[in-house]
Design a protein around this ligand. Structure first.
Ligand SMILES: [Zn+2]
Ligand SMILES: [Zn+2]
Length: 411
């Protein structure tokens, strides 16, 4: 039988114990809070000093008028040169580039030495960037000096037939901006007005710079008539193929990744592919992909993210009756494909192609980064100073490089 005195004592001891623990907890919480405040205080002071230093440095450079920039002179010929710092005309911003990401398009430009629509050497190039505003043109509102921004590589006119019909990516007068591989970049008025976004404090500049390619991936995926549970085959394990597969997996699709290289297999799995088919043979890719669907009927959606005619044809062979094919990867101009008319007709195949992004998909992509649904570190696997840009691109051409490299000017 329990002794009432003992029980009383136990209760008192319990109460005391609880009281003591509570005091202890409170003390601990208090201590942690103080430490946190100190830590935040210290970081803030450090940041302010850093921002101050950058601002002073920027001001000095703006006065002196020169900066380091990568200038493309021709095929595989990039030189880091001193060029004039751009100045902001009315409506424009000058941004100190915090990070510029390498991209498949830049690689193409580097290999060929020009870009039919955008770049005639000698020219500044690079287009995936984020940075800090250092000069504000007359009339610009909402982006004071010191704002951390991601400025996209293009902006639609907002007035033409296509803009009015919500197809801004097809704008008759799409304005492009290049020159991210430099210490500073000029952001034209239209891009300031339509495609420049504030970066929240918790998002590093390097991560925000992924907005542009991710917007292309979001646009490509959403344009493929997706629905939750759809089986989606994605051909190509480059940065964009991987981003599309990631976006598709997040949207609840069952993703089959079709890749060539060993490194891409692991990346595809980590980003949410339910199945990975690794092959260099188109026949085998079609057979194995179909084998992953009930009764070999084919996938609901196939997205081609390589940009060669043979794999466009491959994508058509993979979808089920009533399925959708998206020719996402742009092929070299002048190339053609051969498709079997009977298959297209009697199987009611929908053929689509997707290009670029719209202000809306840019914002959705940015939202995925800010909400940490996409981890940019999955794609940005290397970092290098501006002076090493040429080596980095060469390395990528030889397929030995990272998925994407963050080029950090001023280092
Ligand atoms: Zn790009
Ligand atoms: Zn337009």
């Amino acid at each position: 039988m329990p002794d009432p005195v003992k029980r009383g004592r136990t209760t008192v001891e319990d109460v005391l114990q609880v009281g003591r623990s509570t005091v202890g907890d409170v003390l601990q919480i208090g201590r942690n809070t103080v430490e946190e405040v100190l830590h935040v205080g210290r970081s803030t002071v450090e940041e302010v000093i850093q921002v101050g230093r950058n601002t002073v440095e920027s001001a000095r450079q703006l006065r002196q008028g020169t900066m380091q920039a990568a200038v493309l002179h021709g095929r595989q010929d990039i030189r880091i040169e001193d060029v004039p710092v751009p100045r902001a005309a009315p409506g424009e911003l000058i941004v100190r580039v915090g990070a510029a990401l390498t991209c498949g398009t830049d690689l193409k430009v580097f290999r060929r030495g020009y870009h039919a629509r955008m770049i005639v050497p000698p020219a500044l190039f690079g287009h995936e960037l984020a940075g800090t505003v250092v000069e504000v043109g007359e009339g610009v509102e909402g982006f004071p000096n010191g704002s951390r921004v991601v400025a996209l590589n293009s902006a639609p006119c907002g007035k033409c037939y296509f803009c009015i019909h919500s197809q801004e990516n097809l704008c008759d007068d799409l304005l492009f901006n290049n020159g991210a591989y430099a210490e500073f970049i000029r952001i034209p008025e239209r891009i300031v007005a339509k495609n420049t976004l504030h970066i929240p404090d918790h998002v590093p500049l390097e991560h925000a710079a992924l907005t542009e390619p991710l917007a292309c991936a979001v646009h490509g995926f959403e344009d493929s008539r997706p629905y939750p549970g759809a089986t989606v085959a994605i051909i190509g394990g480059g940065p964009l193929g991987l981003m599309i597969l990631h976006v598709a997996a997040l949207a609840g699709c069952e993703v089959i990744a079709i890749v060539k290289h060993d490194g891409q297999v692991e990346a595809a799995r980590q980003l949410g592919a339910a199945h990975v088919v690794q092959t260099t043979s188109i026949r085998k890719a079609i057979r194995e992909t179909r084998a992953l669907t009930p009764k070999n009927r084919g996938v609901d959606i196939a997205i081609e993210a390589v940009g060669v005619p043979e794999s466009w044809e491959e994508a058509v062979e993979m979808v089920r009756k009533g399925g959708t094919v998206n020719f996402f990867g742009g092929c070299a101009s002048g190339t053609k494909v051969q498709l079997e008319t009977n298959r297209l007709h009697y199987s009611e195949i929908t053929l689509k192609a997707t290009f670029h992004h719209t202000p809306e998909t840019v914002r959705r992509a940015f939202g995925l980064i800010a909400a940490k649904k996409i981890r940019p570190t999955d794609y940005i696997t290397g970092e290098a100073p501006l002076s090493r840009l040429q080596q980095v691109l060469r390395h990528m051409l030889n397929r030995g490089g990272d998925i994407k490299t963050a080029i950090i000017p001023g280092h």
